[in-house]
Ligand binder design. Structure first.
Ligand code: SAM
Ligand code: SF4
Length: 386
């Protein structure tokens, strides 16, 4: 993976905000509805917001599309097809565009995979989360380990590219248990795995249980061991980390997520989606209404669901570049930071962090976080940005 020309890629993120049930750890913009969703009405609204957003970003060629959620695999294939058609109608789309759809691994959803492929999806990302039923139950998941394995097998037979997610640092998980689970996962994975450390998010049922002492997550030392196991096992089996939580065979990185981490431009479509567009040389941070039905009505009334359109000043732009770019193994080019912010990173702070073993400067001059630095990434970024 070679660090790309910042102007070369353009992503489109589309958010489907509905799930069959709310997982107790999740704070994403996902909602459960007990009445059927009017997919046709949502499709028209997606197409409308795509049209108005494309007007603000004319001339771009879409290099990646990501249908995320929520649970996009609850959408009918024709809904996905209509969204992709709208993107193709209003932007030009690269011949080798990467089109990813996030799917939950239930048997019902896996039956739609062929329909998604026919609609234009060429990569799926499955939320497997754990490989045993008791962990899945503890995470409040609706699928079994068997179903998840079957969904992975179907993904493998339908798509050239697929990935799946696991959550680690779960209650009572030891490094030895995780090493075993990871090896099984790698034997099922083709080219890409996302491995997220369980985060206890404020406002979720897990947060309340954790605060009440009823949910014990691994302490800092065990969490660090679990992180090291993740790096070592994945690297040994040819799936090194290219981002703090993402592992891929070289060349198989998720191109869409690289757009975010490299600070490139992307449009956000759908309820609660975020976008970053450069308009007249100024970066805009755009967000849409989070509540699905309020977003729908807003789009129907005025053509888009936008509730924030903030112009980032050079300091904010540079901080975001640092925050996102240092997540990547390839790191950042300090000259680009200086060009964005108008000032160089402080050489004394760089020297201190380097002496502590948290960062390194590679031979091409790029600044990278080390394996010791990644577990304390937030502190490293805060230190550099100060
Ligand atoms: C927003 S979810 C969408 C995917 C899909 N709905 C699913 O759950 O399978 C994307 C991924 O974020 C991860 N995730 C969500 N909440 C998390 C948390 N609190 N800690 C760690 N990972 C989390 C899960 O691995 C999940 O697959
Ligand atoms: S299915 Fe995915 S998006 Fe929906 S609540 Fe669970 S983790 Fe969140």
């Amino acid at each position: 993976m070679s660090p790309a020309d910042p102007a070369a890629a353009f992503g489109v993120y589309v958010h489907w905000p509905f799930c069959l049930s709310k997982c107790p750890y999740c704070d994403f913009n996902s909602h459960v509805r007990h009445a059927p969703i009017d997919e046709e009405r949502f499709t028209r609204a997606f197409a409308r917001e795509i049209e108005t957003t494309a007007v603000r970003s004319r001339g771009r060629t879409v290099s990646s599309i990501f249908l995320g959620g929520g649970t996009p695999s609850l959408m009918r294939p024709q809904t996905v097809g209509a969204i992709l058609d709208a993107i193709g109608k209003h932007w030009s789309v690269a011949d080798d565009v990467e089109v990813t759809l996030e799917a939950n691994p239930t048997s019902v959803e896996a039956t739609r995979f062929r329909g998604y492929r026919a609609a234009g999806v060429n990569r799926v990302s499955l939320g497997v989360q754990a490989l045993d039923d008791s962990s899945l139950k503890a995470l409040g998941r609706l699928h079994t380990a068997r179903e998840a394995q079957d969904a992975v097998a179907i993904a493998r037979s339908v798509f050239d590219r697929y990935s799946f997610d696991l959550i680690y640092a779960r209650p009572d998980q030891t490094p030895a248990m995780w090493a075993g689970e990871l090896q099984r996962a790698i034997s099922e994975a083709a080219e890409h795995l996302s491995l997220y450390q369980l985060t206890i998010e404020a406002g979720t049922p897990f947060f309340d249980l954790h605060a009440a002492g009823k949910l014990k997550t691994p302490d800092e030392a065990i969490a660090r061991d679990l992180y090291d196991v993740t790096q070592d096992v994945c690297a040994r089996y040819g799936l090194p980390a290219y981002e703090i939580s993402n592992h891929a065979r070289p060349g198989a990185e998720c191109r869409h997520n690289l757009v975010y981490w490299r600070g490139q431009e992307y449009a956000g479509i759908g309820p609660g989606a975020h976008g970053r567009l450069d308009i007249d040389g100024v970066r805009h941070a755009i967000a849409t209404e989070k509540r699905p039905e309020a977003w729908l009505m807003r789009v129907e009334a005025i053509g888009n669901g936008m509730v924030a359109d903030d112009l980032l000043n050079s300091e904010e732009r540079a901080d975001e570049f640092l925050l996102m770019g240092l997540r990547l193994r390839e790191g950042i080019d300090p000259r680009r930071y200086a060009a964005l912010s108008g000032r160089s990173l402080d050489p004394r702070r760089i020297a201190i962090l380097r002496d502590e073993g948290a960062i390194m400067i590679s031979t091409d001059g790029r600044l990278r976080v080390t394996q010791d630095g990644f577990p304390v990434l937030d502190a490293v970024v805060a230190d550099l940005a100060a």
